[in-house]
Design a protein around this ligand. Sequence first.
Ligand code: 5AD
Ligand code: SF4
Length: 427
Amino acid sequence: MNFSDSEIVVSILEEKGYGSTKDIKEADVIFINTCSIRDHAEQRVRKRLDYMQSLKKKNPHLVIGLLGCMAERLKTQLLEEEQVLDIIAGPDSYRDLPRLMEEVESGGKAVNTMLSAEETYADIAPVRYDSNGVSAYISIMRGCENFCAYCVVPYVRGQERSRDVASILREAGDLFRNGYREVTLLGQNVNSYRWTQDGKTTGFPELLEKAAMINPLLRIRFATSHPKDLSDELLLAMSRHHNICKSIHLPVQSGSSRVLDRMNRGYTREQYLERIDALRIVLPDCSISTDIITGFCDETEEDHSETLSLMEKVEYDYAFMFRYSERPDTLAADRYKDNVPDDVKERRLREIIDLQQKLSYQNNKMDVGKTFEVLVEGFSKRSAEHLSGRNSQNKVVVFRATGNKPGDCVPVKINRFTSATLLGNAV
Ligand code: 5AD
Ligand code: SF4
């Protein structure tokens, strides 16, 4: 999401004649795009600002701007706390950046953290400045209104709004014509995508199918699906198109219905598992990944065991695993105590990570002997004789280079694996 925002910012600034540089020491203006989702992310930005201070000492004309969620959350407070900052711009204010920069040029500091109910940056063609030339992200909606108790996103990214279907399809088509072979449709909760025009409403499954029909050689991925809104219609749409990747990110957060209720997730353990059953029936070769938060307010050992047992039941291919970090002004911060001690959070997280490693390893083991179509993204990090890409299930596959290039789709038979990578040979 953040990366996608940075591509929009670069586009807006290039339009006004600014150029970007890879060498930070060459820059006249530096923007830091921020995330507020966990305290840790904000602490890292604070450290980065110390470094900016040292750059500004060498070049007093350097302009430093802070963008995104942290700008939204802390607003003018940041200008007082971080003297190094000249510009603060929230996630719906990027179009205003050229004006904010002019304001700074005429002396002073500039702030815009107005959230909008409409801004989707639909007409802005993002600049793919750090791309492999093969895969790209397309933002299809912004904001979130689910108000999960632990989460700061609804406060910092505002109301949910979907982007015009035609502009999404145009962007995907342009990417394909420019050599891209995979797009990932992005939103906090893609299942609630909805665009109404001339009395006709397009939902996410229909958008997905339209994107898939641009060209059979263009792979389509999407993230994130909220389990409470994962419809049969979406699963069936996925099953109808070879180029809609068989991989779904379905954050569970906890395996305990009691915790899920306190998290305000809108589903129980049983309802989540029912969705997994439906998914396995309609899409038997689909990989499933998830997000898990451990140590949420009042989480007991029994709740924790339920998370572990749910992980075993689902057999996730991959998981992003976090210890709960209280975020100011969220429902949980107002209502509950962050009362699971740090050492307990740490131990539970360790158990979750260890189990996931085992599950990833077991899942990858079952792929040995299978042949997958691998979309080549580039050379392997370890060896220039090997190419690296992903299969439809979003697993990284490394294989010996045999004259293929990025963007090619190569059938690869798997003969070895680790818990993170499949290895094989082109067939
Ligand atoms: N503490 C820990 N993890 C969090 N996430 C969101 N908010 C918090 C928080 N306060 C995690 C969730 C979400 C992912 C993007 O970040 O698992 O799905
Ligand atoms: Fe946060 Fe929940 Fe919205 Fe995801 S769905 S962004 S976890 S509030």
